[in-house]
Design a binder for this molecule. Structure first.
Ligand SMILES: *[C@@H]1O[C@H](CO)[C@@H](O)[C@H](O)[C@H]1NC(C)=O
Ligand SMILES: *[C@@H]1O[C@H](CO)[C@@H](O)[C@H](O)[C@H]1NC(C)=O
Ligand SMILES: *[C@@H]1O[C@H](CO)[C@@H](O)[C@H](O)[C@H]1NC(C)=O
Ligand SMILES: *[C@@H]1O[C@H](CO)[C@@H](O)[C@H](O)[C@H]1NC(C)=O
Ligand SMILES: *[C@@H]1O[C@H](CO)[C@@H](O)[C@H](O)[C@H]1NC(C)=O
Ligand SMILES: *[C@@H]1O[C@H](CO)[C@@H](O)[C@H](O)[C@H]1NC(C)=O
Ligand SMILES: *[C@@H]1O[C@H](CO)[C@@H](O)[C@H](O)[C@H]1NC(C)=O
Ligand SMILES: *[C@@H]1O[C@H](CO)[C@@H](O)[C@H](O)[C@H]1NC(C)=O
Ligand SMILES: *[C@@H]1O[C@H](CO)[C@@H](O)[C@H](O)[C@H]1NC(C)=O
Length: 858
């Protein structure tokens, strides 16, 4: 016990000053001592494997600086703020060190034996240490038999006379001399490296061979009998002549990948004085088996004939970021093995049939970011192996040259229409063009084997209906975001664009100004897993409007008022942030669902908030309570009063029933006459208010005859002067040519009441149901009952309840039934008139169950 305490105390005491505060911490294996203001090596526990000491003020490292640290593998001593002196065998207590990093420390004294004893050292980072040629000349790296990577970039090395001990570094594979001032490299200097195989040899950015006149006869081949995977001589500003001399000098040395970017070859645009590379420039590489050549970032204006003819093994040629404007006939002649040709970011304006002659094996041609406006028809047709053609960001306005290859990028061009030509492809990218007509989409969908089609950021908005057979199409992913599909769909046409897409898995319809989804538009999408509808203007999602097997739905940034959670049963993931929820009892099912669903809901609770009523604006749906919204509960309170009322009514009812059943028609007209005599025209003067119409009559057009005879003729002023209502109905008052939804919305908003004549036809008419839902949502936002429902014909309760929105209404509100007996019609019309005239506040006397407002939790 005491021992235990001691140990603990000891650890605390030792650890306190050194490891106490972050960022200077130690977890048993990693010692994180960066930025700790150390001026010398601190005490290090012997279990340390990684020691990070950069960004300190350490000035000296000697043989005794480190305790014996058998476990240590990585030591970082870079970026000391003070000059660093490294003494003899400074690291000898670190026998298993694998990586030593001194980068960016100014080493003002380095003992020639500083690195002795590091027999396991794998990587030595000495970049930007202010080292001179001496470090190479004097055998500093003797005995580092495991050394594989040596980084000497960004020093002050001006010549590469290597000490003979380099010959013994049998593990050395990668050596980096970039960003020094090595003006020449000749055969003598690199002699100790002969016979070695390098994966990486960099002489980048040294002004190599350009500041001094090189006598190549004497200099000979610096890489004689070496094998280089990658030789980086980029950034030296080589002209075509220097390149030619260098290539000739290294004749026969194997170089798989030659990096020569940031050169000065080529005349550039508008100049003539510096020559473009020609057939001699790379001729010296004929025996070097070069597979990759990077000539990007230069000034090549014209690709001359036969310029690459000796590069039989070349697989990848990067000519991007030059000024290439012309490709001579046979420019690519001889590139028998070439697979990837990169001519992106150049100045090509047109392509000719002859441009790509001599490329029998080319798989990928990258022509992005040129100015190509026209391409001759046969340009790509004879390239038998071509798989991918990238023509993004050019100026194309026609695609009649398109070959049948798997992958085609055509984004960012000027395509307005696509010629109706036959070709096949698996992947077509046509984003950021100017396609307007959905006819293009119908055409593209018919392309055999098409799997992915990207049409984002076009102008798809008009519709030429097509009569295509709706086959089982192969498409799997369709991107239609940022178009204007609303404009096409609101005319009532092109609702069948997704017909036959039985294999579609992903569909993007974001940012299309959609305010409705055409009924059944997704009905064929049985394989659809992901649907994005974000940033549209949807207010309502009707039942069955989503694909049956949908798993991921993004419907954020719409205007959903009161979604039905039943829609989301198949989902795994839902983004419904930034909508316009109406926080009334209608929403309680959704609020409840949100609280307990297994579906992953994207976004933070604060992003799912109420928009109405005003007192709830911005309140998270997770923070509203639905207490008091339960209909059962409210009913229980009402039950007793209903019982009393019922008993009294029953007695009265039994008494009057006899009289009324026999003479009700006569009674009613007597009553009416008396009423009219007594009150004269008082009733006529209905108060004018802000509404254009008294009521919007919504009914199926198949019922029109009947409605006209039974209702309109008795109510509407235009049918008879005696009538007192100014009614609105589709056949007469809708603005022709206007979107139907807009008409319905306008009618609902400019009428005091909406009268829905629910008949058999009504229930089959999607527009009628839409109008019903819309009027209902207006009820919610206005907090009044603008909706009057009249059931016509022998519809059973069950038939009504089948429809979600009607069910919601029937459960909470009264509705009227058209009388079966003709003599009741007069009475009924009067009743209906009263309902139409009734002001909002009258609703409570009506026996309606008042909507309980939702309350916030604290
Ligand atoms: C190092 O010194 C600076 C300046 O004196 C101070 O701001 C910083 O907190 C010190 N860092 C540590 C880890 O002590
Ligand atoms: C570390 O040092 C402790 C004593 O300070 C010793 O008991 C232990 O064996 C050492 N561990 C290693 C791995 O050398
Ligand atoms: C290091 O190399 C020198 C000669 O280069 C040799 O004399 C010495 O024995 C070597 N030391 C070790 C530890 O291998
Ligand atoms: C040149 O293109 C090749 C492939 O086309 C690519 O791997 C390489 O990164 C490119 N070089 C530069 C500097 O972009
Ligand atoms: C072509 O080069 C450009 C720029 O160097 C690069 O971004 C692009 O990825 C390359 N293309 C291919 C197919 O490698
Ligand atoms: C469509 O074709 C695929 C295979 O090509 C098949 O698996 C799928 O059942 C077909 N779907 C329909 C609805 O015909
Ligand atoms: C949520 O998952 C649990 C266990 O996976 C399951 O028991 C529960 O029924 C699920 N709830 C819903 C609403 O699906
Ligand atoms: C929800 O309520 C909690 C406390 O109950 C509060 O901290 C939080 O800010 C509220 N969130 C919102 C979005 O109102
Ligand atoms: C959410 O669920 C928790 C328990 O699962 C419950 O306590 C809370 O009242 C619920 N909130 C709402 C708004 O339904």
């Amino acid at each position: 016990m005491a021992d235990h305490l001691d140990l603990l105390l000891g650890v605390v005491l030792v650890a306190g000053p050194v490891f106490g505060t972050s960022p200077c911490s130690f977890d048993g294996v990693i010692a994180l001592f960066r930025f700790c203001n150390f001026t010398q090596i601190p005490p290090i526990p012997n279990s340390t494997e990684t020691l990070l000491l950069s960004f300190n003020y350490i000035t000296t490292v000697t043989a005794t600086s480190f305790p014996f640290l058998q476990q240590l593998q990585l030591l970082e001593l870079g970026t000391q703020y003070t000059p660093l002196t490294i003494g003899k065998e400074a690291f000898r207590n670190l026998p298993n060190l694998k990586i030593l990093d001194l980068g960016k420390s100014h080493v003002d004294f380095l003992h020639p034996d500083a690195f002795q004893g590091l027999s396991r050292l794998f990587e030595l980072r000495l970049f930007a240490c202010g080292l001179s040629d001496v470090v190479l000349r004097d055998g500093y790296f003797r005995n580092l038999s495991a050394l594989t990577r040596l980084d000497l970039s960004m020093n002050k090395i001006s010549s590469l006379s290597l000490h003979s001990s380099f010959q013994e570094l049998n593990s050395l594979q990668s050596i980096d001399f970039s960003f020094n001032q090595i003006l020449t490299v000749c055969e003598d200097e690199l002699k100790p490296l002969q016979g070695k195989v390098f994966s990486w040899f960099s002489l980048k950015a040294n002004n190599l061979y350009i500041r001094v006149l090189v006598d190549w006869e004497k200099c000979m081949n610096p890489f004689r009998s070496m094998q280089l995977d990658t030789l980086d001589v980029s950034g030296n500003g080589w002209t075509a002549i220097i390149t030619e001399n260098f290539c000739n000098a290294i004749w026969g040395s194997k170089v798989s990948s030659l990096i020569l970017d940031h050169h000065t070859m080529g005349s550039g645009f508008g100049f003539q004085n510096i020559k473009d590379p020609d057939e001699n420039t790379f001729a010296g590489l004929a025996q070097s088996s070069v597979a990759r050549l990077d000539l990007s970032h230069g000034f090549i204006f014209s690709l001359k004939s036969l310029v690459f003819q000796k590069l039989k093994n070349l697989k990848v040629l990067n000519l991007s970021y030059n000024k290439i404007n012309t490709i001579a006939v046979n420019a690519f002649y001889g590139l028998d093995s070439l697979q990837i040709l990169n001519v992106s970011y150049n100045l090509l304006g047109e392509l000719y049939n002859s441009n790509f002659y001599g490329l029998p094996g080319v798989v990928y041609i990258d022509l992005r970011m040129n100015h190509i406006g026209i391409i001759q028809r046969e340009t790509f047709t004879f390239l038998a192996k071509l798989q991918t053609l990238d023509l993004r960001d050019n100026a194309l306005n026609s695609i009649d040259f398109i070959p049948s290859i798997p992958t085609i990028f055509l984004g960012g061009n000027k395509l307005v229409t696509l010629a109706n030509i036959g070709f096949t492809a698996n992947f077509i990218q046509l984003a950021e063009n100017k396609l307007e007509n959905l006819a293009e989409l119908y055409f593209l969908l018919q392309i055999p084997d098409l799997q992915i089609l990207i049409l984002n950021q076009n102008r798809l908005s008009s519709c030429k209906p097509q009569n295509l057979p709706s086959r089982n199409l192969s498409l799997q992913q369709l991107y239609l975001g940022e178009n204007m599909l609303q404009l096409a769909w609101e005319t009532g046409s092109c609702w069948d664009i997704f017909k036959g897409l039985f294999n579609l898995q992903v569909l993007y319809l974001n940012n299309n100004y959609l305010n409705f989804l055409p009924p059944g538009v997704f009905s064929d999408l049985i394989a659809l897993r992901g649907l994005s509808l974000h940033s549209n203007r949807l207010t309502i999602l009707s039942p069955n409007s989503l694909p049956a097997n949908l798993e991921v739905l993004d419907i954020s940034r719409n205007q959903l008022l009161s979604p039905d959670p039943g829609l989301f049963t198949s989902l795994r993931f839902l983004d419904i942030t930034h909508n316009k929820f109406i926080c009334e009892c209608e929403l309680s099912a959704f609020v409840h669902w949100l609280n307990q669903t297994n579906v992953t809901i994207h976004g933070s609770p604060t992003e799912i908030y109420c928009m109405y009523p005003d007192s709830f604006v911005g309140v998270s749906l997770y923070n509203v309570s639905t207490v008091g919204c339960d209909i059962e509960e409210v009913l229980k309170n009402l039950r007793f009063s209903l019982f009393l009322l019922f008993t009294v009514t029953l007695i009265l009812f039994l008494m009057t029933i006899l009289i009324l059943t026999k003479f009700r028609g006569v009674c009613f007209s007597c009553y009416n006459t008396v009423w009219r005599l007594v009150f004269k025209d008082q009733a006529q003067g209905t108060e004018s208010d802000m509404y254009k119409y008294d009521a919007y009559f919504c009914f199926s057009s198949k019922d029109f005859e009947w409605v006209q005879n039974a209702l309109l003729k008795h109510l509407d002023t235009q049918y008879c002067d005696q009538n007192r209502f100014n009614l609105c109905f589709e056949e007469r008052d809708f603005v022709p040519g206007e979107n139907h939804i807009t008409n319905i919305q306008a009618a609902v908003w400019s009428s005091r009441k909406t009268v829905c004549l629910v008949s058999r036809h009504f229930l089959r008419d999607g527009w009628c149901l839409e109008a019903f839902s819309y009027a209902q949502s207006k009820c919610l936002s206005d907090l009044n009952s603008v909706l009057i429902m009249v059931v016509v014909g022998s519809l059973s309760q069950y038939q009504l309840m089948k429809h979600k929105s009607i069910r919601g209404f029937v459960q909470k509100q009264q509705y009227l039934r058209w009388p079966e007996d003709l003599q009741d019609v007069g009475w009924f019309l009067d009743k209906l008139s009263q309902h139409i005239l009734k002001k909002e506040r009258g609703q409570k006397e009506d026996g309606h169950i008042p909507l309980q407002t939702i309350t916030t939790i604290s």
